[in-house]
Design a protein around this ligand. Structure first.
Ligand code: FAD
Ligand code: NAD
Length: 468
């Protein structure tokens, strides 16, 4: 007999877990299929391990400056096996704290262990990983939350590269490392390896690192990387290949603007060059679902070209973040179960990275806002102007607020520096609540805090020169 569900969710990462639980809450009979451990990329190989490594990097930096505070620390080096064990133990603790399987059971959601593949628009085969047993399930509606995977560049010797999810499997901490790709993953790995004492080279094809962020954010972080001794090569034309040589791996590339060939010899090359959707073995053609390049396109209600199949999370390629996965899961579950037309407020999703210094943003960049209206108003506060960053000896960075030409509402916020992500979170709360700039300017911020930059920047927006 074929099991039948109102909603079948494929994937139990952040998007799938939230979508399944929400759909069950709305009264649907729900099954969720997962081929690996619950928690997805975020818990198992992405956010959580990276965050523990970022904390380790921070501790290294703090220890290096301890002397200045009268704390004597004699030896500073990374014991790689201990670091790796700490990361793995933390992943286990987070998984236990989240208790996804317990929450599924409590909500009456069936967790089907195995790999799902469409065999027709409403039927999928679930192949168990352990014994290869195949079970067919039928679903009125399907929410695909299959996430993505890292992309190995199609260049000679690419098999010599380590992918970001395999960094913890490196036998030793690489003394020399090259990171290819300066998106959020690459930038965070640069800070981690740099703090651990490795020599780091960063290659990026785009003209700047963190190309999705505000140009000032990207310039500031890039400058900090260079000052920290990282070799940053942007505007690279192409990576030629990797080759094993006597003393390591030789990574060759062609510099942009006719800069010619260049290379570096390192102990490890990490490729963080993109994140296509995990759709290779999903049988989309059997369901008639059209896939785009590395993602499954959806409409504003997260439906594919096949009306009863929705996509939430990384797989639709809109905004690859946990907060986006959660928000989209809510919309997809409601639209699938209730037939509503709920949209996702992507403009209110904050994001950030734990580099040195941290960076974060929400809403439109200055360039995007100026493209819409050249008279938008921008105010910037340097952290060095505030007491707390000076007290903490972390004066590097800024907060930039972007408002409409009438200086009424915030369109975006961009920060670099200590606690940047938390500062941007506060701005996001104000934006989500519809707080106008004048009200924000009147808010008192606790002393001494990094968030105080928000009040100063809001007041500066009001004082900014009037529209011509
Ligand atoms: C190194 C790194 C660090 C990151 N740090 C952050 C961060 O700090 N903050 C942040 O917001 N985001 C971060 N992200 C992004 C974040 O991890 C993703 O946006 C998030 O995990 C997306 O959730 P998802 O549910 O869409 O996909 P995933 O978490 O990838 O989950 C998809 C699940 O589907 C399963 N699956 C796939 N195909 C099938 C199938 N056919 N059958 C059954 N199961 C299947 C997979 O096994 C997986 O468990 C990071 C990503 C990386 C790589
Ligand atoms: N802190 C966070 O929120 C966080 C952290 C990590 C990842 N993520 C998310 O996960 C997703 C994947 O991130 P990612 O950084 O792995 O991928 P990405 O697609 O965001 O960045 C890949 C980078 O590699 C570059 N690149 C591509 N081909 C190249 C080549 N041949 N040579 C040099 N550079 C090349 C691209 O220009 C790009 O800058 C993103 O959407 C990201 O937002 C979020």
């Amino acid at each position: 007999m074929i099991d039948s569900y109102d909603v079948l969710v494929v994937g139990a990462g952040p998007a799938g877990t939230a979508a399944a639980l929400r759909a069950a809450e709305l009264g649907a009979r729900v099954g969720v299929v997962e081929s690996g451990p619950t928690g997805g990329t975020c818990v198992n190989t992405g956010c959580v391990p990276t965050r523990v490594l970022a904390k380790t990097a921070r501790l290294m930096r703090e220890v290096r400056t301890a002397d200045a505070y009268g704390i004597s620390v004699t030896e500073q080096h990374i014991d790689w096996p201990t670091t790796v064990a700490r990361v793995r133990a933390t992943v286990d603790r987070v998984r236990a704290a989240k208790d996804d399987t317990g929450r599924f059971a409590e909500a009456g959601v069936d967790l089907l262990r195995g790999r799902a593949r469409f065999v027709s628009p409403h039927e999928l085969d679930v192949t168990a990983a352990d014994d290869g047993d195949v079970r067919r399930v039928r679903a009125e509606r399907v929410i695909l939350c299959v996430g993505g995977h890292s992309r190995r560049l199609p260049v000679p010797g690419a098999e010599l590269a380590t992918m970001p999810e395999d960094v913890l499997d490196l036998p030793d901490l690489p003394r020399r490392v090259a990171v290819v790709g300066a998106g959020n993953t690459g930038a965070q790995l640069v800070t981690i390896f740099n703090a651990f004492g490795s020599d780091v080279t960063l290659l990026e094809v785009a003209p700047r690192i963190l190309a999705q962020t505000d140009a000032d954010v990207s310039a500031h972080v890039e400058k900090a990387f260079r000052e920290q001794g990282v070799r940053v090569e942007v505007g690279v034309e192409t990576v030629d290949g990797l080759e094993r040589v006597d003393d390591g791996i030789r990574l060759s590339w062609r510099a942009g603007d006719g800069g010619g060939s260049d290379h570096v010899v390192v102990d490890a090359v990490v490729m963080s060059t993109g994140w296509p959707a995990a759709i290779e073995d999903l049988g989309l053609e059997a369901a008639g679902v059209e896939a785009g390049k590395g993602r499954i396109p959806v409409d504003e209600y997260l439906a594919t070209n096949v009306g009863h199949v929705y996509v939430a999370g990384d797989a639709n390629g809109i905004a690859m973040l946990v907060q986006a996965a959660n928000a989209e899961a809510e919309a997809a579950a409601r639209n699938a179960v209730l037939g509503t037309t709920v949209r996702t407020p992507h403009h209110l999703l904050p994001a950030g990275g734990f580099t040195d210094p941290d960076y974060a943003d929400v809403g439109l960049t200055e360039d995007q806002a100026r493209e819409r209206d050249e008279h938008c108003v921008v105010a910037l506060v340097e952290l060095a102007e505030l007491e707390r960053p000076v007290i903490d000896d972390r004066p590097r960075g800024f907060l930039k607020l972007v408002a409409d030409r009438r200086r009424e509402y915030l369109l975006g916020a961009h920060a670099v520096g200590e606690n940047a992500v938390e500062v941007i979170q506060s701005v996001t709360t104000a934006m989500a609540a519809g707080v106008d700039v004048a009200t924000l300017a009147k808010v008192e911020f606790a002393y001494p805090t990094y968030s105080a930059a928000i009040g100063v920047a809001a007041r500066r927006l009001l004082e900014a020169p009037s529209v011509r």
